[in-house]
Design a protein around this ligand. Sequence first.
Ligand code: TRP
Length: 337
Amino acid sequence: MNDLDARIAARPADFRVLTGDRPTGRLHLGHYFGTLANRVRLQRAGVELFVLVADYQVLTDRDVADRLEENVLGLVADHLAVGIDPATATIFTHSAVPALNQLMLPFLSLVTDGELRRNPTVKDEIQASRQTSVSGLMLTYPVHQAADILFCKANLVPVGRDQLPHLEITRTVARRFNERYAPVFPVPEALLSQAPSLLGTDGRKMSKSRGNAIELAATEDETARIITRAKTDADREIVYDPENRPEVSNLVLLAALCQERDPHAVAADIGSGGAAALKKTVIESVNEFLRPVRARRATYAADPEELHRILTEGNAYANTVAAQTLDEVRTAMGMPY
Ligand code: TRP
């Protein structure tokens, strides 16, 4: 247990967590082991949790967001299915919380255009985008993300490594606001997942757009199909050696995470069984692990009214919190009228 974990366990009420995802598709096992499991763990430890469905952020690398409502409700269903409890967590969307968005204005005045242009994650996204020009939102969304985090005064943000530059901007905004006006904001910390990162079935970053992701909501057959197609190598001896046998090791890791066992032990069980035995184990482990998640998800997906109700409630609470923070910000800035 590291220092931060110990502090969380000792005083969960001292922490407020905000995390977010873009509603661009369904969540997959990379999300689960990278961050969703952490969110559930934090909530169970007694930490107050805000889960943002970042609908405005979808507009950073595309002109029009399609199937938005379906993706938003799907994201809510994914969270409920993995065990986020809406009775104590707040699930909400950008677009329904005007006071959050208004914070972006003063925050933009606290960063320089050079700082925005240097952000390596934004640079990567600009490279990967098929758009011919870069929108103002693409360049400034990390500042919007600062508003996401600071509107509820979150002090802990569970994220993947790619998000660290954004969290640095949030910390800069919080510090500069506090120095220039009044101490309104905490300076939040990142919480990185301890689990080694899970790759897709082709050995590259797991991502829906690459067709290498196992979605939480996939059927057992779809899961079997995608794992059967996974890349392996010609060596029949199955070991966990991410350095020299990346594809095989990634499959071993996937089974190990699902079985909550050590990857070396999982590999030893398969021994010289080769890729076929490995894939059989992975398919069974994943499907067994996801069975209860999928059952819960199906129940929610069959009840869109309940999903809407949970989101409406989350949005209402987020609005109350955001209005309070915006009042403090306006007062600190000499705009109390
Ligand atoms: N930028 C994150 C992503 O692309 C999503 C996100 C939006 C987020 N706002 C956030 C993550 C606030 C953490 C905190 O995945």
